[in-house]
Each structure stands twice: as structure tokens, then as C-alpha cells.
Write a protein that binds this ligand. Structure first.
Ligand SMILES: *Cc1c(COP(=O)(O)O)cnc(C)c1O
Length: 221
């Protein structure tokens, strides 16, 4: 439809260093837009609603790696367990239990990230640092054999205050480093932070996975 999408994908790939994974956030966008990015060679796409991701998965090539980046409800996990590649929004211990159970039914091991609440806003989901530490200390990989806890995901406060955003990212990076050195969990090596408006700061602060929507696909309605 719009050749700009392929161009934007190329620009991001050129700009981001190799160790930073680009998740193209296609929520609310039509499958044609995803197809265009796909044809430009892109494979990692993020959606924030399970039903929408399921519908798009059915229509699109099966080698796409789908990332669930939005809030996850336990009663919808079963719809994505057969194909989802990575679940970023794991915000409570009960999410892990349910995703593990559904992954087992499909004989899969699903990658997931702990969502940590780093923003000021009350409305955002996630573990706080103490809860996240307690959860990770408790050896989740042994408890949930059908999950791989790959790292952390965080969203900064929606604000123009750059120093504040950077500080929130820095805090999550420090926590990530501490988990890696002190708990040495297997395959725990992903730090998902940064969106269209703040990804440069996130990368500066150590992000190795960015979730970019509007800067690739254009504004959402
Ligand atoms: C929508 C969304 C994004 C992408 O937002 P943009 O500002 O469009 O890049 C990233 N992460 C999450 C969790 C989102 O819901």
C-alpha cells in the first residue's frame, strides 16, 4: 500500500546496532501493512490484543515471530499458546502458571519477559522491583518447564521529561544487570524497552529490544 513502511524498516535496521532486536508494532494496522514489512525482510511483529494477533497470524506467513506486548488476560492465553513467540506483558505470577499450562498442551516452550512497572502512572501493569526479584529468585524456569524467562520489559512514563524517562530506563537496566549477575538464570538476556518516542534513550541505557509502532507504520487512529 505504502512503500514508506519498507523504507522505515530499512532505516531502523540501519540505525539500530545488530544486538538490538526490532519488534515492529502493528497493532490496529491492516495485514497489508504487515505484509509490506514482511516483504522487506522483517519477521518480528508486536500486537497488544490477543484476538487481533490470532486473526493476523491466521492470514499471514507462518514464519512471522509474534510478540504479545499488551496486557494479557488468563482466559485468552489459550488462543495464542500454539504460535506466540514471545510474551512481553507477564505482569503477575498467575500469568506464568497459565501460560506454562497452555504451552504444555502444545508441547512448546514459550519465551516470555517479566513486565516491570517503572513508570509514574498508576495504570500501567507489571511487577514492582521487589516482586520481580522475589519471583526470579524463586527459580521460575524450574517451576514452569514450558516457559523460558528471557528477560524484562518496561515502559517509561508518558512525559516530555527526558531526564525522567532516561532514569526509569536506567533503573530497569541496573535491575537487569543485578539479576544477571546475582541469579544467573539460563537464557536471561533480553531487555525490552523503548518505543517510537523514546527508543534512542532506551538503547543508550542498554535496551536490546525495541518495540516500534507509529514510527514505522504511521500514526494510529
Ligand atoms: C503500542 C505499543 C508500543 C509502540 O508504540 P509506538 O509509540 O507506536 O512506537 C510499544 N510497546 C507497547 C507495550 C505498546 O502497547
Amino acid at each position: 500500500m505504502d512503500a514508506l513502511i519498507a523504507e522505515n524498516i530499512q532505516l531502523f535496521k540501519k540505525q539500530l546496532s545488530d544486538h538490538v532486536t526490532l519488534v515492529a508494532v502493528s497493532k490496529t494496522k491492516p495485514v497489508e501493512d504487515i505484509r509490506e514489512a514482511y516483504e522487506a525482510g522483517h519477521r518480528d511483529f508486536g500486537e497488544n490484543r490477543i484476538q487481533e494477533m490470532v486473526d493476523k497470524h491466521e492470514e499471514l506467513p507462518k514464519d512471522i515471530r509474534w510478540h504479545m506486548i499488551g496486557h494479557v488476560q488468563n482466559n485468552k492465553i489459550k488462543y495464542m499458546a500454539s504460535f506466540v513467540n514471545m510474551v512481553h506483558g507477564m505482569d503477575k505470577p498467575k500469568r506464568f502458571k497459565e501460560l506454562d499450562k497452555e504451552a504444555a498442551k502444545h508441547d512448546r516452550v514459550i519465551d516470555c519477559l517479566l513486565q516491570v512497572h517503572i513508570a509514574e502512572e498508576e495504570s500501567k501493569f507489571g511487577f514492582d522491583y521487589n516482586e520481580a526479584w522475589a519471583f526470579l529468585e524463586d527459580k521460575p524456569t524450574e517451576k514452569y518447564p514450558n516457559l523460558r524467562v528471557r528477560g524484562l520489559m518496561g515502559m517509561a512514563t508518558l512525559t516530555d521529561d527526558q531526564a525522567r524517562i532516561r532514569n526509569e530506563f536506567k533503573g530497569l537496566r541496573q535491575f537487569y544487570d543485578k539479576v544477571r549477575t546475582e541469579l544467573s538464570l539460563k537464557d536471561f538476556n533480553i531487555l525490552s524497552m523503548g518505543m517510537s518516542g523514546d527508543y534512542q534513550w532506551a538503547v543508550d541505557e542498554g535496551s536490546n529490544m525495541v518495540r516500534i509502532g507509529s514510527a514505522i507504520f504511521g500514526k494510529r487512529q
